[in-house]
Design a binder for this molecule. Sequence first.
Ligand code: 5GP
Ligand code: MG
Ligand code: MG
Length: 178
Amino acid sequence: MNVTVKDKEFEIYLSAEEINQRNSQLGQAITQDFAEQELVVLGILNGSFVFMADLCRHIALPLTATFIKISSYAGTESTGKVRSVLGLEEKIEGKNVLIVEDIVDTGISMNHLLKTLSAFNPAKLSIVTLLHKPEAFQFNYALDYVGFEIPNKFVVGYGLDYDGLGRNLPGIYQLSTP
Ligand code: 5GP
Ligand code: MG
Ligand code: MG
């Protein structure tokens, strides 16, 4: 099944059902690993808002949910520049923080975020990302929980946008190669 977002064609890559199944597995793993400890779940806007909402409901722990904003993309390519982190109002010192990302591509954004958040001395800083492009990744820090490793192709849907559009697609779609 193909969809058009703005001026580009995309093909279905992961269905809503596949994503939901994986979210359930990720939630179970996180629940077990943190064994009744409290968690600050920190979603990275805008892309993670759909994943965050679904994943949270698969985590059976006492948690607070909050969002911060960071962005490095323009169109379908990374600008490589990370803008500042906005909205970190929740106190994270001494707390278990789980960063929730839609996708880790080059890893530049997450690297910046890890540095910024570490300075606040959380007890533990973990990462969950729904998608990861290993071929594009430029770092060697650990991604604790990865939903799906995907090829180095642009994707939209399930929170991810193409120039602001497509976030409301229930599945994840990959840019069609002409
Ligand atoms: P990175 O800094 O790891 O290169 O990219 C991080 C951000 O770029 C992600 O959080 C996401 O917002 C955006 N991004 C990276 N790859 C894709 C992609 O394939 N599709 C979309 N829509 N956004 C992407
Ligand atoms: Mg993101
Ligand atoms: Mg984007």
